[in-house]
Design a protein around this ligand. Structure first.
Ligand SMILES: [Fe+2]
Ligand SMILES: [Fe+2]
Length: 203
């Protein structure tokens, strides 16, 4: 995403008239199947969607809210595979055309403030930004461990974070920035990802 042309140059997304309008899980997955051929990218979005859902459930926000959090995670990179130079303009446009809840669209629009120029404001915005890079990083670490997620510890993840050659594309600065914005320590975020990521439904 090293491309300043991804800046969205807007700060309002969707319409408040569409509050509460969502896609079903199967509709959202159909969109992914249509748009995303890269299986690894699909796994990433399903993992982030899962983390978003479990986090909001841990806050007891209720099923409707948790579903919105899930959708934001599940769809946040939907356009990256086919339209990297229109990331995340394309998925925002699609969700606006489908009259989807503005909170979901805004969270997606702010998942990379350096790239899209949209500040994460709501808790959902901030947690999507926080889970995005960390989810992929912990997953990369699980793939190099013979035991996968089993027995994984925060200190092992942090050791890899200090090794700049490991998953070099993951921005350590963004992980730190997102943690500060979310008001949750990086260690705590890592622990949450370790605890929950392995149980994500990747189907
Ligand atoms: Fe992205
Ligand atoms: Fe992502």
């Amino acid at each position: 995403m090293e491309n300043s042309s991804l800046l969205l140059h807007r700060s309002v997304f969707g319409s408040s008239a569409n509050s509460g309008n969502v896609m079903t899980e199967s509709e959202a997955k159909r969109l992914l199947d249509d748009w995303v051929k890269n299986e690894k990218l699909k796994v990433h979005m399903k993992q982030v969607g899962h983390l978003m859902r479990v986090f909001s459930q841990s806050k007891e926000y209720g099923n409707e809210v948790s579903h919105r959090w899930y959708l934001a995670g599940l769809l946040h990179d939907a356009d990256w595979d086919q339209w990297p130079d229109q990331h995340c303009k394309k998925i925002i446009g699609e969700l606006e055309d489908r009259a989807i809840d503005p909170e979901i669209i805004r969270a997606i629009a702010s998942h990379g403030p350096r790239f899209f120029g949209v500040e994460p404001v709501s808790e959902m915005d901030k947690m999507l930004y926080a889970f995005d890079e960390l989810s992929g990083f912990v997953h990369a670490y699980s793939l190099m461990r013979p035991e996968g997620y089993a027995g994984m510890e925060v200190k092992g993840v942090k050791k890899r974070l200090k090794d700049k050659t490991f998953a070099a594309q993951v921005s350590r600065e963004d992980i730190q920035d997102a943690s500060e914005r979310a008001g949750i320590a990086v260690d705590e975020l890592i622990q949450f990802v370790i605890d929950h990521q392995a149980s994500a439904d990747l189907g």
